[in-house]
Ligand binder design. Structure first.
Ligand code: ATP
Length: 365
């Protein structure tokens, strides 16, 4: 029996509800598949915790999180609670830095009966993954790091940083992901999205892509400039499989692609480094809908499935991979039978009803 430890950070707002939903679904998948056990280590953190305690994560919380095999996070931040300099409470960004969580994995998939924004019937086939580098790129000088160059009140310069060390790891991750997807019946095409025709940093990004490509001659590859990629996400998103890109481009493209297949409540996310991974829905704490049973828990539940898949590889446990795919197909079947109808898309099912239906689908499988 494989035994894995998971740090749980519920956080704020709907983060709490969607975490509860995810743990209930994981529990049902474990009961269904067997062969593994998860031990949860709850870590208190977030804006609410900061308001009560004057610190944004419990003492020793960062270290404790890193000692577990994976970290699951609901959502953190409340607009009304901020540091004295006006910035939001964001201990999770420190976790990203401390553990070098460079590989941001953002699956984008069209589910039957979920909203489709494109009229072309091929939009039903959208099923891709954006791999967003998450520790450098243009976010290297994100305000939270204090690295912008401010010249009086006349000029501000931000830095786009591409390092060989991180980019080699990122591209290798992309090639391995493309290979894994091909083994699971996808096309396995890896597209390098950059602006290599204009920026030296982006030419370097592409040069390293080509170097790593030599290690994976079996993987089909393509290139696209980021502006053309934005256009192609509207014209023919069904033609793409895995796309690897710089931090800021990935930030923008993943919202665009996510919008094609529903809304924030479907956007799952994994951030993976060399020693651990953090799994969280791509949405925030959505205080406008908290405590009303309105949140769509599927982004969190699908992030939970990504976590089980990660743990499967980390612990070489096939049962964890089966549990991950059981959750994904439960969601798929629920949508196909029109038994998952989130309020987020104008349906009649709140957080609890959607969660219960996923659990029912898991039990009936
Ligand atoms: P952040 O900056 O942390 O991403 P934000 O407030 O900009 O946070 P979100 O918290 O992601 O953005 O929410 C934006 C809006 O999308 C919310 O106000 C809410 O109405 C909607 N939303 C987000 N997540 C969900 C969800 N899981 N289910 C339903 N609606 C959601």
């Amino acid at each position: 029996m494989i035994h894995a430890q998971v740090a749980i950070i519920r956080g704020d707002g709907i983060g709490i509800d969607v975490t509860d939903a995810t743990l209930a679904v994981i529990d049902a998948a474990r009961a269904r598949v067997g062969g593994f056990d998860l031990e949860y280590r709850e870590i208190l953190a977030g804006a609410g915790y900061y308001a009560d305690n004057g610190i944004d994560i419990e003492p020793g919380g960062e270290t404790a999180a890193g000692e577990c095999d994976a970290i699951f996070l609901g959502a953190i931040g409340l607009p009304a609670i901020r540091h004295t300099d006006g910035t939001e409470i964001s201990p999770h960004l420190r976790l990203r830095d401390i553990y070098g969580l460079y590989a941001g994995v953002r699956p984008v998939r069209a589910y039957p009966n979920a909203p489709q924004r494109l009229a072309d019937p091929r939009a039903a086939d959208i099923d891709l993954v954006i791999l967003r580098e998450s520790t450098e790129g243009l976010f290297y000088s994100a305000a939270v790091h204090g690295r912008s160059e401010v010249i009086d009140d006349r000029e501000v310069r931000d830095t786009l940083r591409i390092t060989r060390a991180t980019t080699e790891k990122l591209h290798r991750f992309g090639f391995e992901l493309a290979r894994k997807r091909r083994a699971r019946g996808h096309r396995g095409l890896l597209t390098c999205v950059d602006k290599a025709n204009v920026f030296t940093s982006m030419a370097f990004f592409r040069q390293i892509f080509d170097e790593i490509r030599a290690e994976f001659p079996d993987v089909e590859t393509g290139y696209n400039y980021v502006d053309a990629q934005a256009l192609d996400f509207i014209r023919r998103p069904w033609d793409f499989d895995v796309l690897v890109t710089e931090n800021m481009f990935g930030d923008i493209l993943s919202d665009l692609a996510g919008g094609l297949v529903g809304g924030m409540g479907m956007a799952a996310c994994a951030e993976i480094g060399d020693t651990t991974g953090l799994f969280q829905p791509a949405h925030g704490s959505a205080p406008d809908i908290m405590d009303q049973d309105l949140a769509n828990p599927l982004a969190a539940i699908l992030s939970g499935a990504l976590m089980l898949d990660y743990l499967a590889e980390k612990t070489a446990c096939d049962a964890l991979a089966r549990a991950a795919s059981a959750i994904e197909s439960a969601v798929e079947r629920g949508f196909a039978a029109n038994r998952i109808r989130p309020r987020e898309f104008g349906g009649d099912m709140g957080t609890r009803a959607v969660t219960n239906e996923v659990i029912t689908q898991l039990r009936e499988a």
